[in-house]
Design a protein around this ligand. Structure first.
Ligand SMILES: C[S@@+](CC[C@H](N)C(=O)[O-])C[C@H]1O[C@@H](n2cnc3c(N)ncnc32)[C@H](O)[C@@H]1O
Length: 201
């Protein structure tokens, strides 16, 4: 069975398409500022059976802004020995019990959110998948809007978020000191800061 999709026009068979860079250039042309290309290096990358090129162990993380000036907190994430963060990030992929095959490691998402947003800011993830950005936004107290094409993944993200909210609440109540006496008025219940009521479907 031939599983290789047809070669895109203008390319030769076996040519690397370079989708990330093509997208980066298209966004630049559309007016975005391309500020940096970071390498997500995966030290635990899966072996490949290829014999005519190196095994792939990285992906790109592009930093775009909508204007020349933008929010960036270089103190939020530091490199080894408290040096300014470099553009190569060594982050292992994480084993997962979730169905989604392309889940991002939490550390990767946390790095991006911590550098470029503040508590209370709204994070938009137009490719939600299993919702890593959503649970990370909760952890960092950012609000969140997610969009996902596949209803099964959207449901998975919803379940993951619910689990994260329960853990977040029990953590908050265990660090809140002694429990009130049984008959005292309970505080109003609300979703924790950083979680929007938006649907991810
Ligand atoms: C690489 S995965 C995202 C993984 C996510 N960062 C995580 O950690 O789980 C990309 C997701 O985008 C979704 N997707 C693809 N095209 C889309 C579209 N046009 N609109 C919304 N979601 C889309 C796919 O179904 C897939 O779940």
């Amino acid at each position: 069975m031939n599983v290789r999709p047809p070669t895109p026009e203008g390319l030769k068979p076996k040519d690397l398409i370079g989708v990330p860079w093509r997208l980066a250039f298209a966004l630049q042309e559309a007016g975005w500022y391309l500020r940096d290309d970071c390498i997500w290096h995966k030290p635990n990358a899966q072996p490949e059976s290829v014999k005519d090129r190196p095994t792939r162990a990285h992906e790109y993380v592009f930093l775009f802004s909508k204007s020349e000036k933008y929010y960036y907190d270089s103190s939020a994430v530091r490199g080894p020995n408290d040096r300014q963060l470099r553009t190569v990030w060594d982050i292992n992929t994480e084993p997962s019990k979730h169905a989604h095959e392309a889940m991002f490691p939490t550390k990767l998402v946390e790095t991006c959110l911590a550098l470029t947003s503040r508590p209370g800011d709204v994070i938009l993830d137009p490719f939600l998948g299993s919702g890593t950005a959503r649970v990370t936004a909760l952890k960092l107290r950012r609000r969140f809007v997610g969009v996902e094409l596949n209803p099964e993944y959207a449901q998975e993200a919803e379940q993951r978020l619910n689990g994260a909210i329960i853990r977040d609440r029990s953590k908050a109540s265990s660090s809140a000191g002694p429990k009130p006496p049984p008959n005292s008025a309970s505080p109003p219940t609300s979703r924790p800061a950083g979680v929007s009521g938006s649907s991810c479907r």
